[in-house]
Structure formats: structure tokens, C-alpha cells
Design a protein around this ligand. Structure first.
Ligand code: JFZ
Length: 443
């Protein structure tokens, strides 16, 4: 018996040595993503030199179908889509001076909105670093502003108990001579050339982000296009991150077509919402308007109700909602963005228990009804987004101890429909009080 145990142990040790040699840290601690699963709601920020352009350049405003690749609202893409010559674009650094930027104000606004984590573009595709980078001079220190924005934000997040992370464009880089460009901008960079960028800028800057700011997550970005991020480079980057941080989470877009098994959470397409429960941690990155970066003529704001519905939908499928704001070049949030954050925060103030620290319920319900439950399964939350008067739930009425409105404790009547169907009788007054009421069912 003892002998069998010893050889089992030996085999285990042998196998774990092999696995640690074949791939970067395969024995990940799954509990390190626990905070992310509980958090449900994060704030995303797209901010950089492109914010100065506000979606326009030289008489053209995005989307502009008269330009070959101009048909997009994404203002952070102004450099390539509005065909700005690199030397011209890079001169924007001399103008970047957000004199009203106040990290504490941003983070307290985020905190009041109910977000639990904060992600900012440390470097978007344009290649410009919002921090004091030792690796590249194309950074915040080359602007009149000369303040380390990431440091100020990281400090504010720590002070307010908000987790923080950085978007880093590890593949596209339109400043380094060998960084990647979209495939519609020839020539396609050779793999040897890309390797120079990879070794000179991409990897060293990621290392810098880890050692200087100790982020809780890194947000990488690739898409469905043939690219230089093969499995070898992906694993090299992951190994670098794991060697500098035990806690830093990595998103799936590190390699869109082949993320492998060593990422920490899945990233949905922009503004896309799965309708099934996913087991791995996941999130949807989402815009409030059509653009990520500040676009002065993008007036297509989603309503607070739409955004709360996306948040609740994702929570009911086990996922998170990473909601974006594109701050203005002076360092302030657009007023409508603040209004929306406060509207969402007001709803979360009374209904947050239906979101945070919940898990999905594996049953199907009618459209516009979203179910979550407390981790110990003693409470179920029914979120109603479409003024429903009659709500049929696939549970036995005999399992219910009581049923009330989450925000007010008002009791809600329910009826047995069949052995495993219960009807909630929702009075109209509920929709007057809140246009997205939550009913809590105690089991
Ligand atoms: C990317 C960026 O290009 C964009 O500027 C923004 O930062 C967003 C969050 O991420 O946008 C994408 C990425 C992937 C796809 C489309 C847009 N895709 O897979 O089709």
C-alpha cells in the first residue's frame, strides 16, 4: 500500500515537472479569478491622443464611406481610418494636456456607479503610452502634461478598493516601425520584422506595466485576421505575465482565434451578449455610444435601462459587463456618460444584491425576465425589464418561503399554477417606483 502511494507520488511529481516544462504554469489557481466572477460590473476607458481629434480630421468625420476604410464610428481608429500620416498623428502628443484630469474624481464616479473594477487603455493601436515608459519616448512624458496617468489612477483605485487593469495593444502598433497594422494597410509586416517590435516594445512594455503598477488584469486585443500572434508568442507573453504576477488575469483576446487553455477569462465580441450560461469567467466589453474613444458627433447614447438590462442579462449567464467611457481631451467624462453612470449606480444602489456575488439559475424563463441567485442558493432574484404583470416561473410554489420586492420589502403574491410552476402577481405600482424592479424569492 505504502509502496503504491510512493510510486503514485513519484508519478505525480514526474508529470508535474513535465507539464511545467512544456507550457507556462499549467497549475493555475482557479480561485484567483474569484473576485472577477463576483464583480459583475467594470468600467472601461478608451483615452489617448485620438481623443483630441474627437472623430474628425481634415474635413472628414467618422464614419466616412468616401474614404476606403472610413466606414466606422470607432474614433480611436482615426489614425488609420482617416488616413492621417504617422508624422502628423504623432504630433498630437504636443497637444495632449488634459488639465482637468483628476484620478480621484474618475474613480469615485466609478465607485458610485457600482463598478468593482477599472480598465484603461494603457496603449491603444496608435502605440502611444499613457504612462511614463522607459521603453518608448512615445509616451505621456513627451506631452506638455507629463504626469503618469496610470500611476495616479492605480493609486486612486487602491484607495477606493477598486481592482484595476490595463488594455494593452500587444499586436497592432502604428508607431513602432515593425508593429502590426490592419491587413488593409500594406505591406504586411514580415514575421522577422514583427519579432523586433515584439522584443523591443511589446514584451518590455507589458513587463513594465506589471512591475510598475501590479495590475489585477491585462486586456489584450487581436481579432479574426491573420496575424503574428501565434501560439509561441502567445505563450511567451503569458509566461512573462505569470513570472511577474501571481494574480494578474489575462483575457481571451490575447489570441482571438486560439486563446489556448492558459487564459483566465473569455472576452466576448464588442457589444455582444451570449444567451447561454458559460462556465468559464467571461465579460462583454460594451460601449455607451457607437465609438469607444471620444467622438464629439456620436450622439447615439444607450439608455440607462438598456445598459442595466445588459448588465443583468450577463449576470444571469454568469458573466460581467465592462462598460466603456471615452473621456474628453481635457480629462473630463462627457456629461451624458456621467448621467448614465449615476442612473445605473442609482439602480444598483437598491438592487445590487441581484447582481454582485450571484450565480445563474439553470432554467429557462420568458424573454425580459432575468434570474440570478445568491451563492448559497437561499435567495433567487427575478429582474423584470418589460412591465410584465404575470410572471411564470418554473419552480414549485411550495418551495417558496416568501416573496418580496428587493428595494422596498413590499410583499408579492404568488400562485401555484402546477406542480412545478408558480405565477408571480406583479402590481403595476412596481413599475412606477422603478422601471426595472427586482423580486426576491426566499427558499
Ligand atoms: C477592438 C479595437 O480595435 C477597438 O478600437 C476597441 O478597443 C475594442 C474594445 O476592441 O475592436 C475590435 C476587436 C475585435 C473585433 C472587432 C473590433 N472583431 O473580432 O471583430
Amino acid at each position: 500500500m505504502k509502496k503504491a502511494l510512493v510510486s503514485l507520488l513519484a508519478a505525480f511529481l514526474f508529470l508535474s515537472t513535465i507539464s511545467s516544462q512544456t507550457g507556462p504554469s499549467l497549475s493555475l489557481d482557479p480561485s484567483k479569478a474569484e473576485w472577477f466572477k463576483e464583480a459583475k460590473f467594470g468600467l472601461f476607458i478608451h483615452w489617448g491622443l485620438y481623443s483630441i481629434l474627437e472623430g474628425s480630421y481634415n474635413g472628414h468625420t467618422l464614419p466616412d464611406p468616401s474614404l476606403k476604410n472610413g466606414n466606422s464610428w470607432y474614433a480611436e481608429w482615426a489614425h488609420t481610418r482617416l488616413e492621417i500620416p504617422p508624422q502628423e498623428y504623432q504630433k498630437l502628443a504636443q497637444q495632449f494636456n488634459p488639465h482637468q484630469f483628476d484620478a480621484d474624481q474618475w474613480i469615485s464616479e466609478a465607485k458610485n456607479a457600482g463598478v468593482r473594477y477599472f480598465v484603461i487603455t494603457s496603449k491603444h493601436h496608435d502605440g502611444f503610452a499613457l504612462w511614463d515608459s522607459d521603453v518608448s519616448d512615445y509616451d505621456i512624458m513627451s506631452t506638455p502634461f507629463k504626469r503618469d496617468i496610470l500611476q495616479e489612477l492605480a493609486d486612486a483605485c487602491k484607495k477606493n478598493g477598486i481592482r484595476y487593469g490595463f488594455y494593452y495593444s500587444h499586436w497592432q502598433d502604428w508607431e513602432h516601425p515593425h508593429g502590426a497594422w490592419p491587413n488593409w494597410v500594406p505591406p504586411v509586416r514580415s514575421d522577422e520584422d514583427f519579432e523586433k517590435y515584439w522584443q523591443e516594445k511589446s514584451l518590455p512594455q507589458v513587463k513594465e506595466l506589471l512591475t510598475k503598477y501590479d495590475p489585477d488584469l491585462l486586456w489584450f486585443d487581436t481579432w479574426d485576421e491573420e496575424h503574428h500572434i501565434n501560439a509561441k508568442r502567445r505563450d511567451e507573453l503569458i509566461a512573462l505575465i505569470r513570472s511577474h504576477s501571481d494574480k494578474c488575469l489575462i483575457n481571451g483576446r490575447i489570441s482571438f482565434t486560439d486563446p489556448g487553455n492558459n487564459i483566465d477569462f473569455l472576452e466576448m465580441h464588442d457589444n455582444s451578449y451570449p444567451d447561454e450560461i458559460l462556465e468559464k469567467p467571461w465579460q462583454t466589453p460594451a460601449t455607451m455610444t457607437d465609438s469607444w474613444g471620444w467622438h464629439a458627433q456620436d450622439y447615439n447614447w444607450k439608455t440607462a435601462k438598456q445598459m442595466i438590462t445588459y448588465l443583468v442579462n450577463n449576470a444571469s449567464k454568469g458573466g460581467n459587463y465592462l462598460l466603456n467611457i471615452g473621456p474628453k481631451p481635457d480629462g473630463t467624462f462627457p456629461p451624458t456618460a456621467v448621467q448614465r453612470l449615476r442612473e445605473i449606480g442609482a439602480w444598483i444602489y437598491t438592487n445590487g444584491e441581484a447582481i454582485y456575488n450571484t450565480k445563474p439559475i439553470k432554467v429557462s424563463v420568458d424573454k425580459d425576465i432575468y434570474l440570478t441567485q445568491s451563492i448559497d442558493e437561499s435567495k433567487m432574484f427575478v429582474t423584470l425589464t418589460a412591465n410584465q404583470q404575470k410572471v411564470i416561473l418554473p419552480f414549485a410554489a411550495s418551495d417558496i418561503k416568501s416573496c418580496t420586492v428587493l428595494s422596498t420589502d413590499m410583499s408579492i403574491e404568488y400562485l401555484k399554477i402546477s406542480d412545478n410552476e408558480t405565477e408571480l402577481i406583479v402590481p403595476e405600482i412596481l413599475y412606477k417606483d422603478s422601471n426595472i424592479p427586482v423580486v426576491v424569492i426566499y427558499k
